[in-house]
Design a protein around this ligand. Structure first.
Ligand SMILES: [Zn+2]
Length: 89
């Protein structure tokens, strides 16, 4: 039986994820075939926005929604000198 290209593509996409082997990739793909289109659209949207709506903070290198992140911009506002004392680990 020839697997439709759309299914094959998704299986291959899942297989590239860490911890997901060919069997799991197939299971996930065939599971998603039974999920309502609206839910799939939301899933696709979440994937699409994952990188678009996040940014790496250039100060603390955590992932947030702005650069610098809200924590770092707070700290910078508080005091411009106190952050230098943080390195005494
Ligand atoms: Zn930060």
């Amino acid at each position: 039986m020839k697997i439709p290209k759309a299914i094959q593509n998704l299986i291959e996409a899942f297989e590239r994820l860490p911890g997901i082997g060919p069997k799991t990739a197939q299971r996930l793909t065939f599971y998603l075939l039974h999920v309502p289109q609206l839910e799939l659209d939301r899933f696709a949207q979440a994937l699409e926005n994952l990188k678009k709506e996040t940014i790496l903070c250039s100060v603390c290198f955590t992932i947030g929604e702005e650069d610098p992140c809200s924590i770092c911009s707070d700290k910078q506002r508080e005091s411009r000198t106190s952050w230098k004392n943080r390195s005494s680990k």
